[in-house]
Write a new protein. Structure first.
Length: 216
C-alpha cells in the first residue's frame, strides 16, 4: 500500500511541479489558485496560517503578501524555519496559543488584528468517511472560531472541509460572520478527493485596524 501511494505521488503533476519550484508541498498551488480566483490576500497583509506544516501555504502566502506583509504559521508539529515567517507550535483551542500568535504578529510589526486567517488543516484519515468528514468540520469550526478572535473588520478567511452531513450548517455559520462566502474546489485538489474550501471575505466583526487598499 505504501509503495503504491509513493508511486501515485511521483506521477502527480502538482507534486512534480512543487518539487521543481521548491515548494514544501503541492498544497501551495491550491492557495495560489484560490488567490487567483478570489483575491483573498493583498500585498502587505498580516496572515495567520493554521495547520501550516510542512509550510506550503506559508510559502505561497509569503509570496503574495510581499516584503511588507507578515505571516505566522501554527501547527501541532514543529515546522522548519521559513524566514521571514514565524511559527507557533501549539493548539489553537488553547488560549495560550492564541496569545503566542498575537505576540508573533507584534514581533513582525503587526500589533493589530490579522487581515486573513487561512486553514488547510485535515484530520488524520481513518478510512471511515463519515468519521473523517465530521472531524474535518470540527477543524474548520475551530479555524472559524480562531478567525473571529484574530481578524480585523472586512478580513478574509479560508478553510478546508470535506463535504457531507454537517457541511451546510458550517457554511451557514461562516455566512453569519462574513459578507462574501463561496465554496471552491481548486484544480490542484486531487480528483478523488472530496475536499472543498470555504472562501470568505468581508468579516463583519473585529476592530477596524489598518484599512485595506479598497478602503483607503
Amino acid at each position: 500500500m505504501a509503495e503504491r501511494w509513493v508511486q501515485q505521488r511521483r506521477q502527480d503533476g502538482y507534486w512534480k511541479k512543487a518539487k521543481r519550484e521548491g515548494y514544501r508541498s503541492r498544497a501551495a498551488f491550491k492557495l495560489q489558485q484560490i488567490q487567483e480566483r478570489y483575491g483573498i490576500l493583498r500585498r502587505g497583509d498580516a496572515v495567520v496560517d493554521l495547520g501550516c506544516a510542512p509550510g506550503g501555504w506559508t510559502q505561497a502566502a509569503l509570496q503574495i503578501v510581499g516584503d511588507g506583509g507578515a505571516v505566522v504559521g501554527v501547527d501541532l508539529d514543529k515546522v522548519r524555519k521559513l524566514p521571514p515567517a514565524r511559527f507557533v507550535r501549539g493548539d489553537m483551542t488553547q488560549p495560550e496559543s492564541l496569545e503566542l500568535v498575537r505576540e508573533e504578529l507584534k514581533a513582525l510589526g503587526r500589533a493589530g488584528p490579522a487581515d486573513a486567517v487561512i486553514s488547510d488543516m485535515s484530520p488524520n484519515i481513518s478510512g471511515m468517511y463519515s468519521v473523517d468528514q465530521a472531524r474535518s468540520v470540527r477543524l474548520a469550526r475551530m479555524a472559524l472560531t480562531t478567525a473571529r478572535k484574530l481578524l480585523r473588520a472586512r478580513g478574509s478567511f479560508v478553510a478546508k472541509v470535506f463535504e457531507g452531513e454537517d457541511f451546510a450548517e458550517l457554511l451557514a455559520e461562516v455566512r453569519a460572520s462574513f459578507g462574501f462566502v463561496k465554496v471552491h474546489a481548486p484544480l490542484a485538489s486531487r480528483k478523488e478527493s472530496s475536499e472543498v474550501y470555504i472562501v470568505a471575505r468581508g468579516f463583519k466583526g473585529g476592530d477596524r485596524g489598518r484599512p485595506r487598499p479598497e478602503e483607503e
